[in-house]
Design a protein. Structure first.
Ligand SMILES: [Zn+2]
Length: 194
């Protein structure tokens, strides 16, 4: 199990590699150098941040532990609220699927993602509830890696709609940032498993 310094060092190394990969990927896809640098910076920052994030649920002090738990529950509840009250999110989930080369109606694909995700939640519900409320649980799990990746894509796409420097994160580049978030979290889990 790693301490903050180990997580930071591992996160930093992988962040640099991921940033370089993001730059090359963008240039290879026909983007200009400026776009590549912005994508690389976004990916690097997200990998570093997410490689530290899982420890919100096992900080030493009681208030930090409580805040971490409240934070996780708030995020999960917030996402459920979005799905119920902002159905557009279903279309966006479908659009994520289409960036992997799968074609179809975004609404149908998004609904499919929700059904599959919901089934997994139902199958592991009790365990997940326990881990949500337990010290060092949900944020150190593979479902959290997937969850954070998808949330990061949606947040990044939303940011891209503000335009300016964020505009480059529309479409496939937003998916890259989500993959970066998943990688950062996996780096954290990797350090902890040593
Ligand atoms: Zn940890």
């Amino acid at each position: 199990m790693g301490d903050f310094k180990e997580h930071y060092e591992a996160g930093k190394s992988v962040a640099v590699l991921a940033a370089v990969a993001g730059l090359l990927f963008t240039l290879n896809g026909g983007g200009d150098f400026g776009e590549g640098v912005i994508v690389a910076a976004g990916i690097g920052a997200v990998v570093l941040a997410t490689s530290l994030l899982p420890d919100i649920d096992h900080q030493a002090s009681k208030p930090r532990q409580a805040a971490g738990r409240v934070g996780i529950v708030t995020v999960v509840g917030g996402i459920l609220g979005l799905v119920i009250f902002v159905p557009d999110i279903v279309d966006q989930l479908g659009l994520i699927v289409t960036t992997f080369g799968i074609t179809g109606n975004p609404s149908s694909l998004g609904f499919g993602v929700l059904v599959v995700g919901g089934s997994i939640l139902l199958a592991s519900g009790g365990e997940m509830f326990d881990s949500l409320t337990t010290h060092r649980g949900f944020t150190h799990s593979v479902p959290f890696v997937v969850f954070l990746g998808v949330v990061t894509i949606l947040v990044t796409w939303h940011l891209s709609s503000y335009g300016g420097i964020f505009a480059v994160f529309a479409g496939q580049n937003g998916v890259l940032v989500g993959v970066a978030a998943a990688i950062g979290t996996l780096v954290h889990l990797g350090v902890d498993s040593k």
